[in-house]
Design a protein around this ligand. Structure first.
Ligand code: HEM
Ligand SMILES: *[C@@H]1O[C@H](CO)[C@@H](O)[C@H](O)[C@H]1NC(C)=O
Ligand SMILES: *[C@@H]1O[C@H](CO)[C@@H](O)[C@H](O)[C@H]1NC(C)=O
Ligand SMILES: *[C@@H]1O[C@H](CO)[C@@H](O)[C@H](O)[C@H]1NC(C)=O
Ligand SMILES: *[C@@H]1O[C@H](CO)[C@@H](O)[C@H](O)[C@H]1NC(C)=O
Ligand SMILES: *[C@@H]1O[C@H](CO)[C@@H](O)[C@H](O)[C@H]1NC(C)=O
Length: 362
């Protein structure tokens, strides 16, 4: 009798705990979906949409996420590399994958006479592999610029950052980024907050966006020449002295080829520690540290340092804004088959262009 009773109680308890676990899993999945729901508070530019590939390639996001999980397990540094390539793509000519073209000043072509932009070549290979995987599944329907925007989002998520939906429908450019264009459009690491505020404002990104996007430096690395102007010949007084000494060990000369992590507290984790670094005067570039020196941005840095959710929220909004800068849509540009090269022109398209040209001449 007693035995049956205790068995019943046990079964009952087991059922209850099973229910609790199931409910937990369900609510976790729900929370995950909610986080990825479109942000109604960020405008979507004409021609892009939250559900662009729902019919033509419904699995595209799964394919990219699954592959990048594997890639980052081998080398999490590639997450930072991909995030940075997306930023460069958007700031130079717009998010239209010009950065991926061989021959682009910042692309895998690395053609002479340009500053070495230190984009990691392995990350370009990852993007081309994603391109091939997506194309095998859906045909030539998803653009390289969309693949890059999704891969950048996944780089954030898989490093521990916020989940968010990306508006899609970008088309790929026909023209690569010239060295002049690239140089003129990328802010240098020695830029001060005034210069950055102006540069971002010109792109409709406000000071909150600037501080939030700079938080991309919570992952990844830099090469010595990107910051040794703050060490040699004179030490930047806004830099923590112990931090400066450690950097001098990493970079014994200004042109050393060594590298330094951007966020000393958690170099591979997408979190708000970058802002804690800034408050401790351990920002690596002038463009980082000056955000804490300048009165207009200091309060925002502090608010992100004490509230990671606030940072995640503003980062998400700013990324969605940035990822829609000067996009090509509709029939503009093309959908590249190889992200590193323009499509080879078919006889018909050559003919069309000739007709268009003739019309313009007329
Ligand atoms: C605000 C102006 C910015 C400046 C001046 C700047 C400058 C730089 C520089 C000089 C490097 C190191 C290059 C090297 O020496 O290897 C770097 C790396 C990086 N930047 Fe920025 N950046 C800015 C904004 C951004 C934005 C908006 C993002 C993305 C949201 C971003 C993401 C990254 C990442 C992830 C790395 C590490 C790349 C790697 O590990 O390969 N940056 N940035
Ligand atoms: C340019 O950057 C690549 C890595 O992207 C590196 O392999 C190469 O050595 C660099 N070249 C110079 C001249 O610094
Ligand atoms: C910021 O940089 C600009 C140009 O590089 C310079 O003209 C300006 O004086 C600097 N502002 C401050 C406050 O240092
Ligand atoms: C910048 O724009 C975002 C919305 O895109 C807004 O939430 C934020 O308050 C703005 N910041 C400032 C300082 O105007
Ligand atoms: C670093 O390299 C640059 C260009 O390659 C050169 O002009 C400069 O003199 C070098 N600086 C040092 C300290 O070696
Ligand atoms: C893609 O284009 C690049 C640059 O032209 C070329 O080197 C590469 O072989 C191409 N890849 C494929 C798979 O065709």
């Amino acid at each position: 009798m007693a035995k049956t009773y205790s068995t019943r109680v046990l079964t009952f308890l087991m059922l209850i705990s099973l229910m609790v676990v199931t409910l937990n899993l369900l609510s976790m999945a729900e929370a995950q979906n909610k986080k990825k729901a479109p942000r109604k508070d960020v405008p979507v530019v004409q021609g892009l949409s939250w559900s662009f590939y729902q019919k033509a390639c419904p699995k595209v996001e799964n394919i990219i996420r699954k592959e990048l999980k594997k890639v980052f397990k081998r080398d999490i540094g590639l997450a930072a590399a991909i995030l940075r390539i997306h930023f460069h793509d958007c700031f130079v000519q717009g998010c239209e994958a010009s950065v991926l073209l061989a021959g682009s000043a910042s692309g895998p072509g690395e053609q002479s006479s340009i500053p070495n932009l230190t984009l990691r070549q392995a990350a370009f290979v990852v993007i081309n592999n994603l391109r091939a995987l997506v194309q095998r599944k859906c045909g030539q329907v998803v653009s390289c610029s969309d693949i890059l925007a999704l891969a950048a989002r996944d780089s954030v998520v898989l490093s521990g950052g916020p989940e968010y939906a990306v508006p899609l429908g970008r088309r790929d450019s026909l023209a690569f980024a010239t060295p002049e264009n690239t140089l003129a459009n990328l802010p240098p690491p020695f830029a001060n907050a005034s210069a950055l505020i102006k540069d971002f404002a010109d792109r409709n990104l406000n000071v909150t966006d600037l501080v939030a996007l700079s938080g991309g430096h919570t992952i990844g690395i830099a090469h010595c020449p990107s910051f040794t102007d703050r060490l040699y010949p004179n030490q930047d007084p806004t830099m923590n002295k112990f931090f400066a000494n450690s950097l001098k060990t990493t970079c014994p000369t200004a042109n050393s080829s060594n590298t330094q992590v951007l966020d000393i507290r958690s170099p591979d984790v997408f979190d708000n520690k970058y802002y804690v670094d800034l408050m401790n005067r351990q920002g690596l570039f002038t463009s980082d540290q000056d955000l804490f020196v300048d009165k207009r941005t200091r309060g925002i840095v502090e608010s992100f340092a004490i509230d990671q959710n606030l940072f995640f929220d503003h980062f998400t909004v700013a990324m969605i804004k940035m990822s829609q800068m000067n996009v090509l849509t509709g029939t503009q540009g093309e959908i590249r088959s190889n992200c590193s090269a323009r499509n080879t022109r078919s006889f018909m398209s050559v003919l069309e262009e000739d007709i268009e040209e003739a019309i313009t001449i007329l």
